[in-house]
Design a binder for this molecule. Structure first.
Ligand code: NAD
Length: 328
C-alpha cells in the first residue's frame, strides 16, 4: 500500500483489487540469506535471518528446497529466478576459481568463500536448471564458473542492473556526441530519491557497486574518458520518485564550450516493473528454444550487460530484434 499512499505511484483501488493475489504471493515468501551482504543490508533483515549460522552450501540447499516446494505447489517445471534484492557491496572475487568444480568446493568453507547472497541465489537456481536474471548491480551470476554451471545444467542467465532511467538516457545520448564528433569534456549526474534502495545506497560500500555500473559506459561509448561524476543521495520526501539532473559539457566547432542539461523524473518501481516482466517473458522464450548460458540479446535491458561489450542502446536493441527474428 505504501506505493499508493506514500509514493502516489499506483492507484489505491488497483492495489485493493489485487488484494487476493498479493495475499497469495505473500504466503509464498520464505526467508533468504544475508551471507556476505555487508552491514547495511544485514541490519534490514529479521533477527531470525540475522542470527542464522550456516555455510554457503547449506543456504543454497535451503533455498533449493523452497524452490522445489514452490514448483510443486504452483505445478510448474521451470522457474525464472529474478534478483530484485538490495544492492550488495562489490565483493573481492579476484582470486576465485574460474571453473565450477573448484568454486563448488569452496561452498563448504565460509571463511574462503566471498560469494554474496545474490550469487548463492544464482547457484541455487542454476543448479536446479532454473534460469537466473539479475536486475541489480550485485555480483549474482557474473562469474565464469556460474556461466559454466548454467551451461552444464542446460539453463540460461542474464544481468546485470536494470537500465531504467538516467543510464538509459546516457546510453542513447552519448552515441550522439560520438557520432557528431562533439567532444564531451565532462558529464555530471546527480540522482536523488527516497525509497529503500536509496537508504541502502547511502552506505558508501553499497553505493560503489551502483556508481560503477552507472558511470563506466561513458568511456566505452565515447572511446575516451571525460571527467565524470555520479552522485546518489537519499532524500526521504521523494519516496519512489527519482530525479536525475545531468549536466553535459562538450565542445562545439572551434572548441567552443556548450552544454546539454536534462532532468529525468520517474517513478522507480514503475520504470522497473515492465522491464522485469519483459525479461521474464524473453528468458522463458529463450529457455523454450533451448538456449543456454548468457542471454546476450537482452543487453538493452541492463546497465552492465553480462557477456556483451556493446554499450550503445540502439545496437543493443538491434540484438534483441535479431533474436526475435531468428525465432520467427
Ligand atoms: N528502477 C529501479 O527500481 C531499479 C533499476 C535498476 C536496478 N534496480 C535494483 O533493484 C534492486 C531492488 O530495488 P528496489 O527499489 O525494489 O529496492 P527495495 O529496497 O525497495 O527492495 C529490496 C528488497 O530486497 C530485500 N533484500 C535485501 N537483501 C536481501 C537478501 N539477501 N535476500 C532477500 N531479500 C533481500 C530487502 O529487504 C527489500 O525488501 C536494487 O538492487 C536496485 O538497485 C532497481
Amino acid at each position: 500500500m505504501r506505493l499508493a499512499t506514500e509514493s502516489r505511484a499506483i492507484d489505491a483501488d488497483l492495489i485493493r483489487a489485487c488484494g487476493d493475489d498479493l495475499e497469495a504471493i505473500d504466503q509464498s515468501i520464505r526467508p533468504g540469506t544475508v551471507i556476505n551482504v555487508g552491514g547495511t543490508i544485514h541490519s534490514l533483515a529479521s533477527s531470525a535471518v540475522q542470527q542464522r549460522s550456516e555455510t554457503p552450501r547449506a543456504a543454497i540447499r535451503r533455498v533449493q528446497d523452497d524452490l522445489r516446494e514452490f514448483c510443486q505447489r504452483a505445478k510448474v517445471d521451470r522457474l525464472i529466478v529474478v534478483n530484485l534484492a538490495s544492492t550488495e557491496p562489490p565483493p573481492d572475487v579476484g582470486d576465485l576459481p574460474v571453473g565450477w568444480t573448484e568454486l563448488d568446493s569452496l561452498l563448504d568453507l565460509p571463511e574462503r568463500c566471498p560469494l554474496p547472497a545474490s550469487s548463492l541465489y544464482a547457484i541455487a537456481a542454476l543448479d536446479l536448471g532454473h534460469a537466473y536474471v539479475n536486475f541489480t548491480p550485485s555480483l549474482g551470476a557474473a562469474l565464469p564458473a556460474l556461466v559454466e554451471l548454467a551451461e552444464q545444467r542446460g539453463t540460461c542467465l542474464a544481468g546485470r542492473d536494470g537500465k531504467t532511467g538516467e543510464t538509459l538516457l546516457k546510453s542513447v545520448l552519448a552515441p550522439m556526441f560520438a557520432q557528431r564528433n562533439l567532444h564531451v569534456m565532462s558529464w555530471v549526474g546527480h540522482n536523488i530519491f527516497g525509497n529503500m534502495d536509496g537508504v541502502v545506497l547511502t552506505d558508501p560500500a553499497n553505493k560503489a557497486a551502483k556508481v560503477t555500473s552507472k558511470d563506466k559506459l561513458l568511456g566505452e561509448i565515447l572511446g575516451y574518458t571525460p571527467q565524470s561524476l555520479v552522485t546518489i543521495e537519499y532524500i526521504k520526501s521523494l519516496g519512489d520518485w527519482k530525479t536525475a539532473w545531468d549536466h553535459v559539457h562538450f565542445q562545439g566547432f572551434l572548441g567552443t564550450p556548450m552544454t546539454l542539461q536534462f532532468t529525468w523524473q520517474g517513478c522507480d518501481s514503475l520504470l522497473a516493473a515492465p522491464l522485469v516482466i519483459d525479461l521474464i517473458r524473453f528468458t522463458e522464450r529463450a529457455g523454450r528454444a533451448g538456449q543456454t548460458g548468457v542471454l546476450s540479446f537482452l543487453a538493452s535491458f541492463f546497465k552492465s550487460p553480462q557477456g556483451v561489450c556493446e554499450p550503445t542502446f540502439a545496437r543493443q536493441y538491434e540484438m534483441l530484434l535479431a533474436w526475435a527474428q531468428s525465432l520467427a
